[in-house]
Design a binder for this molecule. Structure first.
Ligand code: PLP
Length: 433
């Protein structure tokens, strides 16, 4: 058995998830993780949405093992490789073409923040301007450009240098449903004395997963797009956490009337948890010089192999999308039941698709429930500026039985967290949106 103290002894203080989930994991299959004692944990975190198709999906694993067995090239910078060619063709055939989307595909470095950096650089180059509009509670990654458009003060402080060239604006419903934040931005952008320098682009998450599972509604997204067109700004959608089927369709902005100029994708793109990211660029904006944005690990061919297989398996038809919609409804009902059962928790169900959560007015409840859930064998994260949201990210492929089991564990854990924190029963109302 491996003990956790090895991490205390050797790993940097910066480690985090091993503090929230104190176990040493050894194996994983489908929706379950197993620690070195063989204890099973139901995974409602799924690698922060990097494992949308579960752990070690047998057909993805098979494709990978065959590829390695045949001495398939593992690393190729951005040289031509068969695996990359096949991924590009599959992405075009299964994702872009059926949706009538015309984008060039850039391979930045293999992480989400790499994709965001590429998007921001390119937008600035296209428009010849420096500012980017970002949003309250946004999360786009840890490198300096991405951090500058991220809201969280703790993460921003880690930069150690001033973070500039970003103009934060209120996200949808930031001031509640009555305030018209699009009109507010329109007024500022149209007023040459507002103090806002003309931006190159807007960067948006359709659902702010890290920022507290905040959802931008369809009308707001449509008006945001119109605002971008009116003020000559590019629209960048960061679909790193909400994309790859998490909300039902492949892209979280499908059916929302959005036609982004640039799209950032990573996390579940490889389908197997292998590092991989792309930046989708409308052809008219693809003005990079060859090699202008570079990186050693842009050619993770193992990821290309599993990514292509995942596209064939899950995106040749709309079966997965429909299953996600059905499971999303089960999640909504399960979470609403928790809110109704414990009105004293003052919980509110938030989210879309299989990216949902409960925001508690008693902010410490989410972290306490997460800790207790782990003791009961459920891995579930918190999010939001005060970690006030218990956030669900189960694999999209989870069985209905496991989904229900996880929801029951959440109900039990929230009940025990309320008892532990001594939150007295009350008649307070709970709601949903
Ligand atoms: N953008 C969004 C919306 C994310 O959720 C994340 C990570 O959680 C990132 C960017 C950064 O991705 P990475 O951690 O792979 O750099």
């Amino acid at each position: 058995m491996t003990h956790l103290d090895v991490f205390d002894r050797h790993e940097s203080e910066v480690r985090s998830y091993c503090r929230s989930f104190p176990a040493v994991f050894e194996r994983a299959e489908g929706s379950y993780l197993y620690d070195t004692d063989g204890r099973a944990y139901l995974d409602f975190f799924a690698g922060a949405s990097a494992l949308n198709y579960g752990h070690n999906h047998p057909q993805l694993k098979q494709a990978l093992l065959e590829y390695i067995g045949n001495n398939g090239i593992a690393h190729s910078l951005d040289m031509g490789s068969r695996a990359k060619a096949e991924f590009l063709e599959a992405f075009h055939a299964y994702i872009l073409e059926p949706r009538g989307m015309n984008y060039r595909i850039q391979f930045p470095g293999p992480t989400g923040t790499n994709s965001v950096e590429a998007a921001l650089k390119l937008a600035r180059k296209v428009k010849g301007r420096e500012q980017i509009i970002s949003f309250t509670n946004a999360f786009h990654g840890m490198s300096l450009g991405a951090l500058a458009v991220t809201g969280n003060a703790f993460k921003r402080a880690g930069a150690g240098v001033p973070l500039g060239y970003a103009s934060p604006m209120p996200y949808c419903d930031y001031f509640g449903p009555e305030a018209d934040t699009i009109a507010y931005m329109d007024r500022l952008l149209g007023d040459t004395s507002s103090g806002i320098d003309k931006p190159a682009a807007v960067i948006i998450e359709t659902i702010q997963a890290e920022g507290g599972v905040n959802v931008a509604n369809k009308e707001w997204l449509q008006r945001l797009q119109a605002l971008c067109r009116k003020h000559d700004m590019l629209l960048i959608v960061d679909d790193i956490q909400a994309g790859c089927g998490r909300t039902g369709p492949f892209f979280s902005f499908e059916g929302m009337g959005s036609e982004p100029d640039i799209v950032c994708l990573s996390k579940s793109l490889s389908g197997f948890g292998l590092p991989m990211a792309i930046t989708l660029i409308k052809p008219e904006h693809d003005i990079w010089e060859p090699g202008e944005h570079n990186g050693t690990f842009r050619g993770n061919n193992l990821a290309f192999v599993t990514a292509k297989r995942a596209l064939e398996l899950f995106w040749a038809d709309d079966r997965l999308s429909r299953q996600v919609q059905a499971k999303a409804e089960l999640i909504r009902q399960g979470l609403q039941r928790v809110c109704n059962k414990y009105p004293q928790a003052r919980g509110r169900v938030k989210g879309r698709g299989m990216l949902q959560g409960i925001e508690f007015e008693h902010v410490e409840l989410a972290a306490t429930a997460s800790r207790i859930a782990f003791q009961h064998g459920l891995v579930i994260e918190t999010s939001g500026s005060q970690d006030q949201v218990l956030k669900l990210l189960p694999p999209l492929t989870i069985s209905e039985a496991d989904l229900k089991r996880g929801l029951e564990l959440i109900e039990r854990s929230v009940g025990e967290a309320i008892a532990e924190l001594g939150i007295a029963p009350s008649k307070a109302a709970s709601g949903s949106r």
